[in-house]
Design a protein around this ligand. Structure first.
Ligand code: ATP
Length: 336
Protein backbone atom coordinates (compact mmCIF):
# COMPACT_ATOMS: atom_id res chain seq x y z
CA UNK A 1 0.00 0.00 0.00
CA UNK A 2 1.28 3.47 -0.90
CA UNK A 3 1.15 5.72 2.16
CA UNK A 4 0.17 9.30 1.32
CA UNK A 5 2.52 12.04 2.44
CA UNK A 6 -0.03 14.83 2.67
CA UNK A 7 -3.62 14.10 3.65
CA UNK A 8 -6.41 16.63 3.58
CA UNK A 9 -9.33 15.15 5.45
CA UNK A 10 -12.87 16.55 5.45
CA UNK A 11 -11.88 20.20 5.79
CA UNK A 12 -14.58 22.77 6.28
CA UNK A 13 -14.22 26.50 6.46
CA UNK A 14 -16.79 29.26 6.22
CA UNK A 15 -16.47 33.02 6.11
CA UNK A 16 -19.65 34.37 7.63
CA UNK A 17 -22.47 32.66 5.70
CA UNK A 18 -20.22 31.65 2.82
CA UNK A 19 -19.07 28.02 2.92
CA UNK A 20 -15.69 28.34 1.19
CA UNK A 21 -14.52 24.77 1.88
CA UNK A 22 -17.09 22.06 2.43
CA UNK A 23 -15.69 18.60 3.09
CA UNK A 24 -12.44 18.88 1.11
CA UNK A 25 -10.69 15.51 1.06
CA UNK A 26 -7.72 14.24 -0.93
CA UNK A 27 -4.21 12.96 -0.45
CA UNK A 28 -0.91 13.29 -2.26
CA UNK A 29 2.05 10.91 -2.28
CA UNK A 30 5.71 11.77 -1.94
CA UNK A 31 7.11 12.51 -5.37
CA UNK A 32 3.71 13.21 -6.86
CA UNK A 33 2.79 16.30 -8.86
CA UNK A 34 -0.82 17.10 -8.01
CA UNK A 35 -2.80 19.69 -9.95
CA UNK A 36 -5.55 21.50 -8.07
CA UNK A 37 -8.07 23.00 -10.45
CA UNK A 38 -11.52 24.55 -10.21
CA UNK A 39 -13.55 27.61 -11.00
CA UNK A 40 -12.98 30.98 -9.38
CA UNK A 41 -14.14 30.84 -5.80
CA UNK A 42 -14.23 27.04 -5.68
CA UNK A 43 -12.13 26.93 -2.51
CA UNK A 44 -8.60 26.17 -3.71
CA UNK A 45 -6.78 29.06 -2.05
CA UNK A 46 -8.68 28.60 1.20
CA UNK A 47 -7.67 24.92 1.23
CA UNK A 48 -4.04 25.76 0.57
CA UNK A 49 -4.05 28.38 3.30
CA UNK A 50 -5.42 25.81 5.74
CA UNK A 51 -2.70 23.32 4.73
CA UNK A 52 -0.09 25.96 5.48
CA UNK A 53 -1.71 26.97 8.76
CA UNK A 54 -2.48 30.50 7.57
CA UNK A 55 -6.14 29.73 8.24
CA UNK A 56 -7.67 27.43 10.84
CA UNK A 57 -10.36 25.07 9.57
CA UNK A 58 -13.78 24.91 11.24
CA UNK A 59 -13.55 21.13 10.97
CA UNK A 60 -11.35 18.45 9.48
CA UNK A 61 -7.64 17.81 9.61
CA UNK A 62 -4.46 18.05 7.57
CA UNK A 63 -1.91 15.26 8.15
CA UNK A 64 1.71 15.01 7.11
CA UNK A 65 3.24 11.53 7.11
CA UNK A 66 0.25 10.23 9.05
CA UNK A 67 0.27 12.84 11.85
CA UNK A 68 -1.67 16.06 12.28
CA UNK A 69 0.39 18.89 10.83
CA UNK A 70 2.16 20.94 13.46
CA UNK A 71 4.74 23.72 13.38
CA UNK A 72 7.64 21.31 12.88
CA UNK A 73 5.92 19.67 9.92
CA UNK A 74 5.07 23.02 8.37
CA UNK A 75 8.73 24.02 8.45
CA UNK A 76 9.18 21.27 5.87
CA UNK A 77 6.63 22.90 3.57
CA UNK A 78 7.33 25.49 0.91
CA UNK A 79 4.48 27.85 0.05
CA UNK A 80 3.84 30.23 -2.79
CA UNK A 81 0.86 32.30 -1.66
CA UNK A 82 -1.63 33.74 -4.16
CA UNK A 83 -0.99 37.26 -2.93
CA UNK A 84 2.81 36.71 -3.26
CA UNK A 85 4.67 37.72 -0.14
CA UNK A 86 8.04 39.29 -0.81
CA UNK A 87 9.56 42.38 0.78
CA UNK A 88 9.74 44.80 -2.16
CA UNK A 89 12.84 46.67 -0.98
CA UNK A 90 14.97 43.65 -0.19
CA UNK A 91 17.52 42.52 -2.73
CA UNK A 92 16.87 39.15 -4.29
CA UNK A 93 19.92 37.31 -2.92
CA UNK A 94 19.59 38.89 0.50
CA UNK A 95 15.89 38.05 0.59
CA UNK A 96 16.43 34.38 -0.21
CA UNK A 97 19.23 34.06 2.35
CA UNK A 98 16.99 35.68 4.95
CA UNK A 99 14.14 33.27 4.22
CA UNK A 100 16.50 30.30 4.31
CA UNK A 101 17.71 31.32 7.77
CA UNK A 102 14.16 32.02 8.89
CA UNK A 103 13.38 28.39 8.07
CA UNK A 104 16.27 27.23 10.22
CA UNK A 105 19.20 26.94 7.79
CA UNK A 106 22.60 28.01 9.16
CA UNK A 107 23.86 31.21 7.41
CA UNK A 108 26.37 29.42 5.14
CA UNK A 109 23.79 26.85 4.04
CA UNK A 110 21.21 29.61 3.43
CA UNK A 111 23.73 31.51 1.31
CA UNK A 112 24.59 28.40 -0.71
CA UNK A 113 20.93 27.47 -1.23
CA UNK A 114 20.05 31.03 -2.27
CA UNK A 115 22.89 30.97 -4.81
CA UNK A 116 21.80 27.61 -6.18
CA UNK A 117 18.20 28.66 -6.70
CA UNK A 118 19.18 32.02 -8.18
CA UNK A 119 21.20 30.14 -10.74
CA UNK A 120 18.63 27.41 -11.39
CA UNK A 121 15.81 29.89 -11.84
CA UNK A 122 17.95 32.05 -14.12
CA UNK A 123 17.92 35.04 -11.78
CA UNK A 124 21.68 35.68 -11.69
CA UNK A 125 21.44 38.98 -13.56
CA UNK A 126 19.05 40.41 -10.97
CA UNK A 127 20.42 38.86 -7.77
CA UNK A 128 21.51 42.29 -6.49
CA UNK A 129 18.34 44.10 -7.52
CA UNK A 130 15.56 45.07 -5.17
CA UNK A 131 12.57 42.79 -5.62
CA UNK A 132 10.32 45.77 -6.49
CA UNK A 133 12.45 46.57 -9.54
CA UNK A 134 11.98 43.15 -11.12
CA UNK A 135 9.42 42.32 -13.78
CA UNK A 136 6.38 40.46 -12.46
CA UNK A 137 7.58 37.22 -14.05
CA UNK A 138 10.97 37.50 -12.38
CA UNK A 139 9.32 38.34 -9.07
CA UNK A 140 7.41 35.12 -9.49
CA UNK A 141 10.63 33.19 -10.05
CA UNK A 142 11.96 34.74 -6.83
CA UNK A 143 8.76 33.71 -5.12
CA UNK A 144 9.34 30.13 -6.23
CA UNK A 145 12.95 30.33 -5.03
CA UNK A 146 11.58 31.61 -1.71
CA UNK A 147 9.36 28.52 -1.45
CA UNK A 148 12.30 26.24 -2.28
CA UNK A 149 15.27 27.76 -0.50
CA UNK A 150 15.01 25.71 2.69
CA UNK A 151 14.72 22.40 0.83
CA UNK A 152 11.08 21.62 1.66
CA UNK A 153 9.60 18.13 1.50
CA UNK A 154 6.26 19.48 0.29
CA UNK A 155 5.46 22.37 -2.02
CA UNK A 156 2.08 24.09 -2.00
CA UNK A 157 1.93 26.63 -4.79
CA UNK A 158 -1.02 28.89 -5.50
CA UNK A 159 -1.17 29.59 -9.24
CA UNK A 160 2.59 29.54 -9.79
CA UNK A 161 2.22 29.72 -13.57
CA UNK A 162 -0.11 32.70 -13.83
CA UNK A 163 1.39 35.62 -15.71
CA UNK A 164 4.56 33.82 -16.78
CA UNK A 165 5.93 33.97 -20.32
CA UNK A 166 6.39 30.63 -22.13
CA UNK A 167 10.09 30.36 -21.27
CA UNK A 168 9.41 31.05 -17.60
CA UNK A 169 6.59 28.46 -17.71
CA UNK A 170 9.10 25.89 -18.97
CA UNK A 171 11.58 26.77 -16.22
CA UNK A 172 8.89 26.56 -13.54
CA UNK A 173 7.55 23.28 -14.95
CA UNK A 174 11.03 21.72 -15.09
CA UNK A 175 11.84 22.77 -11.54
CA UNK A 176 8.59 21.30 -10.22
CA UNK A 177 9.23 18.05 -12.11
CA UNK A 178 12.76 17.89 -10.68
CA UNK A 179 11.47 18.44 -7.16
CA UNK A 180 8.88 15.68 -7.61
CA UNK A 181 11.60 13.38 -8.97
CA UNK A 182 13.44 14.12 -5.72
CA UNK A 183 10.43 12.73 -3.77
CA UNK A 184 9.02 16.13 -2.87
CA UNK A 185 5.21 16.26 -2.66
CA UNK A 186 4.12 18.98 -5.07
CA UNK A 187 0.68 20.53 -5.20
CA UNK A 188 -0.21 23.54 -7.30
CA UNK A 189 -3.36 25.30 -8.39
CA UNK A 190 -3.82 26.54 -11.91
CA UNK A 191 -6.42 27.57 -14.44
CA UNK A 192 -4.13 26.49 -17.30
CA UNK A 193 -5.62 23.08 -17.81
CA UNK A 194 -3.52 22.02 -20.79
CA UNK A 195 -0.43 22.70 -18.72
CA UNK A 196 -1.85 20.80 -15.75
CA UNK A 197 -2.63 17.89 -18.07
CA UNK A 198 0.94 17.82 -19.38
CA UNK A 199 2.68 18.25 -16.05
CA UNK A 200 0.67 16.54 -13.32
CA UNK A 201 0.52 12.92 -12.25
CA UNK A 202 -2.97 13.42 -10.84
CA UNK A 203 -5.53 16.15 -10.88
CA UNK A 204 -8.08 17.15 -8.27
CA UNK A 205 -11.06 19.09 -9.59
CA UNK A 206 -12.68 21.33 -7.01
CA UNK A 207 -16.23 22.63 -7.03
CA UNK A 208 -18.32 24.10 -4.25
CA UNK A 209 -15.54 23.72 -1.71
CA UNK A 210 -14.94 20.02 -2.21
CA UNK A 211 -13.35 17.62 -4.63
CA UNK A 212 -15.75 16.60 -7.38
CA UNK A 213 -13.23 14.42 -9.21
CA UNK A 214 -9.70 13.20 -8.70
CA UNK A 215 -7.32 10.94 -10.58
CA UNK A 216 -5.02 10.73 -13.54
CA UNK A 217 -6.39 12.31 -16.71
CA UNK A 218 -6.75 8.79 -18.10
CA UNK A 219 -8.84 7.72 -15.09
CA UNK A 220 -10.98 10.81 -15.33
CA UNK A 221 -11.60 10.21 -19.02
CA UNK A 222 -12.60 6.58 -18.33
CA UNK A 223 -15.29 7.93 -16.03
CA UNK A 224 -16.48 10.48 -18.56
CA UNK A 225 -18.84 10.12 -21.49
CA UNK A 226 -17.16 8.52 -24.52
CA UNK A 227 -16.62 10.53 -27.66
CA UNK A 228 -16.67 9.37 -31.25
CA UNK A 229 -15.72 10.98 -34.52
CA UNK A 230 -17.71 9.54 -37.40
CA UNK A 231 -17.15 10.45 -41.05
CA UNK A 232 -20.10 9.28 -43.13
CA UNK A 233 -19.98 11.20 -46.42
CA UNK A 234 -23.45 10.20 -47.61
CA UNK A 235 -25.24 10.76 -44.29
CA UNK A 236 -27.88 13.44 -43.90
CA UNK A 237 -27.83 16.11 -41.18
CA UNK A 238 -29.78 14.11 -38.64
CA UNK A 239 -28.44 10.61 -39.22
CA UNK A 240 -27.57 10.22 -35.50
CA UNK A 241 -30.77 11.77 -34.15
CA UNK A 242 -32.78 9.44 -31.97
CA UNK A 243 -29.92 7.07 -31.09
CA UNK A 244 -30.31 6.28 -27.40
CA UNK A 245 -27.68 7.96 -25.20
CA UNK A 246 -26.03 9.69 -28.14
CA UNK A 247 -25.62 13.45 -28.43
CA UNK A 248 -24.33 15.24 -31.50
CA UNK A 249 -21.62 17.60 -30.26
CA UNK A 250 -20.71 19.13 -33.62
CA UNK A 251 -20.88 18.58 -37.34
CA UNK A 252 -18.27 19.82 -39.79
CA UNK A 253 -18.89 18.80 -43.38
CA UNK A 254 -19.31 15.05 -43.41
CA UNK A 255 -17.72 14.58 -39.96
CA UNK A 256 -19.88 14.29 -36.87
CA UNK A 257 -18.59 14.40 -33.33
CA UNK A 258 -20.72 12.45 -30.88
CA UNK A 259 -20.86 12.08 -27.14
CA UNK A 260 -22.03 8.70 -25.83
CA UNK A 261 -23.52 8.45 -22.36
CA UNK A 262 -22.57 5.51 -20.14
CA UNK A 263 -24.15 2.34 -21.50
CA UNK A 264 -24.77 3.76 -24.99
CA UNK A 265 -23.87 1.17 -27.65
CA UNK A 266 -21.23 2.36 -30.11
CA UNK A 267 -22.08 -0.56 -32.43
CA UNK A 268 -25.58 0.86 -32.90
CA UNK A 269 -23.95 4.12 -33.87
CA UNK A 270 -21.80 2.26 -36.40
CA UNK A 271 -24.86 0.47 -37.81
CA UNK A 272 -26.72 3.76 -38.10
CA UNK A 273 -23.76 5.35 -39.88
CA UNK A 274 -23.36 2.38 -42.25
CA UNK A 275 -27.06 2.50 -43.04
CA UNK A 276 -26.42 5.88 -44.70
CA UNK A 277 -23.64 4.57 -46.98
CA UNK A 278 -19.86 4.27 -46.61
CA UNK A 279 -18.17 5.18 -43.32
CA UNK A 280 -14.67 6.50 -43.84
CA UNK A 281 -13.84 7.15 -40.17
CA UNK A 282 -15.15 5.79 -36.87
CA UNK A 283 -12.68 6.93 -34.23
CA UNK A 284 -12.95 7.02 -30.44
CA UNK A 285 -11.58 10.35 -29.18
CA UNK A 286 -9.97 11.04 -25.83
CA UNK A 287 -11.21 14.18 -24.15
CA UNK A 288 -8.66 16.71 -22.95
CA UNK A 289 -8.62 17.80 -19.32
CA UNK A 290 -10.29 21.03 -20.43
CA UNK A 291 -13.18 19.07 -21.99
CA UNK A 292 -13.42 16.78 -18.97
CA UNK A 293 -13.48 19.78 -16.69
CA UNK A 294 -16.20 21.53 -18.69
CA UNK A 295 -18.33 18.37 -18.75
CA UNK A 296 -17.92 17.80 -15.03
CA UNK A 297 -18.76 21.33 -14.07
CA UNK A 298 -21.78 21.32 -16.40
CA UNK A 299 -22.89 17.92 -15.07
CA UNK A 300 -22.69 18.99 -11.45
CA UNK A 301 -24.08 22.51 -11.82
CA UNK A 302 -27.43 22.85 -10.05
CA UNK A 303 -30.15 24.20 -12.37
CA UNK A 304 -30.96 27.11 -10.08
CA UNK A 305 -27.34 28.28 -10.12
CA UNK A 306 -26.91 32.02 -10.07
CA UNK A 307 -24.27 32.66 -12.70
CA UNK A 308 -23.23 35.84 -10.91
CA UNK A 309 -20.63 36.61 -8.31
CA UNK A 310 -19.86 33.10 -7.05
CA UNK A 311 -20.14 31.05 -10.22
CA UNK A 312 -17.32 28.80 -9.08
CA UNK A 313 -18.51 28.28 -5.56
CA UNK A 314 -22.10 27.76 -6.66
CA UNK A 315 -21.27 25.61 -9.64
CA UNK A 316 -21.15 22.34 -7.84
CA UNK A 317 -22.41 22.94 -4.37
CA UNK A 318 -25.70 21.18 -4.82
CA UNK A 319 -24.40 18.22 -6.72
CA UNK A 320 -21.58 17.05 -4.56
CA UNK A 321 -23.41 15.84 -1.50
CA UNK A 322 -21.99 12.50 -0.58
CA UNK A 323 -18.44 13.20 -1.67
CA UNK A 324 -17.18 12.45 1.79
CA UNK A 325 -13.77 11.30 2.94
CA UNK A 326 -13.81 8.43 0.50
CA UNK A 327 -14.19 10.67 -2.55
CA UNK A 328 -10.44 10.68 -2.90
CA UNK A 329 -10.15 9.37 -6.41
CA UNK A 330 -11.92 9.75 -9.71
CA UNK A 331 -15.27 11.37 -10.17
CA UNK A 332 -17.80 11.33 -7.44
CA UNK A 333 -19.69 8.09 -7.66
CA UNK A 334 -17.07 6.63 -10.00
CA UNK A 335 -14.95 3.59 -9.32
CA UNK A 336 -11.96 3.99 -7.11
N1 ATP B 1 -11.00 36.02 3.87
C1 ATP B 1 -12.17 35.81 3.28
N2 ATP B 1 -13.28 36.43 3.70
C2 ATP B 1 -14.49 36.19 3.13
N3 ATP B 1 -14.68 35.34 2.10
C3 ATP B 1 -13.61 34.69 1.63
C4 ATP B 1 -12.30 34.89 2.18
N4 ATP B 1 -11.42 34.11 1.52
C5 ATP B 1 -12.15 33.45 0.59
N5 ATP B 1 -13.45 33.81 0.66
C6 ATP B 1 -14.54 33.27 -0.17
O1 ATP B 1 -14.44 31.86 -0.14
C7 ATP B 1 -14.71 31.30 -1.42
C8 ATP B 1 -13.52 30.46 -1.87
O2 ATP B 1 -12.45 31.34 -2.16
P1 ATP B 1 -11.02 30.81 -2.63
O3 ATP B 1 -10.13 32.01 -2.71
O4 ATP B 1 -10.60 29.71 -1.76
O5 ATP B 1 -11.34 30.26 -4.08
P2 ATP B 1 -10.33 29.81 -5.24
O6 ATP B 1 -10.80 28.48 -5.71
O7 ATP B 1 -8.93 29.92 -4.80
O8 ATP B 1 -10.65 30.90 -6.37
P3 ATP B 1 -9.69 31.54 -7.50
O9 ATP B 1 -9.52 30.49 -8.57
O10 ATP B 1 -10.52 32.70 -7.98
O11 ATP B 1 -8.41 31.97 -6.85
C9 ATP B 1 -15.03 32.47 -2.32
O12 ATP B 1 -16.42 32.62 -2.38
C10 ATP B 1 -14.38 33.65 -1.63
O13 ATP B 1 -15.04 34.84 -1.94
Amino acid sequence: MVVPALEVDALRKSFGRRQAVDGMTFDIRAGELFGFVGSNGAGKTTTMRIILGVLTPDAGEVRWLGRPVDFAARRQFGYMPEERGLYPRMKVGEHLRYLGELHGLPPAAARAAAGRWIERLELSSCASEEVQNLSLGNQQRVQLAAALVHGPKALVLDEPFSGLDPVAVDVMRDVLAERAADRVTVMFSSHQLSLVERVCDRVGIVGGGRLIACGTVKELSEDADRRLLVDAPAAGEDWAAGLAGVEVVSREGTRTRLRLAKGADDQRVLHAALATGPVSAFVPEHPSLTELYRDLVARTRPPEEDAGETAGAGATAGATAGAGPSAGNRTEGGER
